[in-house]
Write a protein that binds this ligand. Structure first.
Ligand code: PLP
Length: 425
């Protein structure tokens, strides 16, 4: 396909895009900037700017301590109220999901709770596509419950996917817990949640999903698929802001069976009784620990509202169309230049980014940013990730970014940049 035909096709797709108006609901400070890193840190919704003013100036500034109990939007209810909204995006029922802590802390809490609820079972299964920090947390969870479980890290077949057949060879009646990233951070491989849940349950194991790269990008049916537990972050496709608090999900039937290992006062049945003995609250609130960060929790809501308004079906349809658009351009334009596809081809197994491998990926990234005003992200050693956020990325932006990649390699523009790595990538 020649260059002008690609741009013409991209513009036509943008004209037909039912989600196109959502771009104007975000702060686009620099219209020339092509931001393909919404899979790391989503853009700022305009409504979040207004909400920040309100929560800081009006609520904190004017209401002071009364904000905790002001009706109808008390700070005490914020984590549950926004949690229910996120639940609407990932197929949880009201009262099954809550905003709390960071993904890592939530993962620790739920992994320890799950291991303790499965006495006599000695194995915890994950795969090597999981986010490394999740693996550190699973190791820490094993230590916290006595150090007797064995962590089995299933090696992916090709560094891109972990087929169900591989998990089937390891999940057995000794398995206490299966803990996986639903969408893999590097390759964007998406596990078949229903099938993995079924596999775990067939053997009496519990299943815990990290939805960080799925929430707001991939359709998830936690309850419908039979998932037990989940965690996820809000700063990627949910556009909650840097370091925004995360969420945790516990299937209703398990809530009173599991115990929060970090049992703080906000998980207590009666936090203001100030009695010295811990008594867990009923339901999802028992998985809370300390005071929620109110200002940053409040800022999660505007991004979630935008996704609810758009509808996950439409968001997912556009995400698939956009990653497929990138994939087609990779095939014709970039593959001949030495770029390797590091994401699944099958759209149902692919999340909302495309990973491309190239020996010069780091220097290519630097050229993209400096010369073309395109922000992708980079993952060691040689992965370039192009994240599409359907609420604000256009097809034309994708065409421009792919064209830039082609030029950078064809003209060896990357050769001007350092091989030394710096800062957050
Ligand atoms: C898949 C996945 N899990 C966990 C984390 C860690 O999240 P946090 O730093 O909020 O604990 C990240 C961070 O990017 C992630 O991508």
């Amino acid at each position: 396909m020649n260059e002008s035909a690609v741009f013409k096709a991209a513009r036509e797709l943008d004209q037909q895009d039912p989600l196109a108006p959502f771009r104007s609901r975000f702060v686009i400070d620099d219209p020339e900037l092509i931001y393909l890193d919404g899979n790391s840190l989503g853009r700022l919704p305009i409504a979040a700017v207004e909400r920040a003013q309100q929560i800081v100036r009006d609520e904190w500034g004017c209401r002071l301590i009364r904000g905790w109990s002001d009706s109808p939007n008390s700070w005490m209810d914020l984590a549950g109220r926004i949690g229910d909204k996120i639940g609407g995006l990932v197929g949880a029922e009201p009262g099954e999901l809550r905003v709390a802590d960071s993904t890592s802390v939530n993962l620790f809490k739920l992994a320890v709770a799950a291991l303790r609820a499965q006495p006599g079972r000695s194995r915890l299964i994950t795969d090597d596509l999981n986010f490394p920090s999740d693996v550190y947390i699973l190791q820490a969870a094993i230590e916290a419950v006595g150090g007797h479980h064995r962590l089995e890290i299933v090696p992916s077949s090709d560094g891109i996917t972990t087929p169900l057949s591989l998990l089937e060879t390891v999940v057995d009646e000794h398995t206490a817990l299966v803990a996986l990233s639903h969408t893999a951070f590097k390759s964007a491989f998406v596990h078949d949640m229903t099938a993995v849940n079924h596999l775990a349950h067939q053997h009496g194991a519990l299943i815990l999903w990290d939805l960080s790269h799925s929430a707001g990008a991939v359709q998830v049916e936690l309850r419908g698929s039979g998932a037990d537990l989940a965690v996820g972050c809000t700063y990627k496709y949910l556009n909650g802001g840097p370091g925004a608090p995360a969420f945790l999900y516990v299937r209703r039937e398990l809530q009173d069976r599991l115990e929060n290992p970090i049992s703080g006062w906000l998980g207590h049945a009666d936090p203001f009784s100030f009695v010295l003995d811990y008594a867990p609250a009923e339901g999802i609130r028992r998985f809370m620990t300390g005071s929620p960060p109110i200002a940053s929790t409040a800022l999660v809501e505007p991004g979630v509202d935008l996704l609810l308004e758009a509808g996950m079906e439409a968001v997912r349809a556009k995400s698939v169309a956009q990653t497929s658009f990138l994939l087609d351009l990779w095939e014709t334009e970039l593959k001949p230049l030495g770029f390797e596809l590091r994401s699944p081809r099958a759209p149902e197994r692919r999340g909302s980014h495309l990973a491309l491998g190239h020996p010069e990926a780091w220097r290519i990234c630097q050229a993209l940013i400096a010369e073309y005003h395109v922000i992708p992200d980079f993952r060691v050693p040689d992965n370039l990730r192009l994240g599409v956020a359907p609420l604000y990325n256009t097809f034309e932006e994708l065409a421009k970014a792919m064209n830039a990649l082609r030029q950078i390699v064809e003209e060896r523009r990357y050769a001007r940049y350092t091989t030394e790595r710096t800062g957050v990538t």
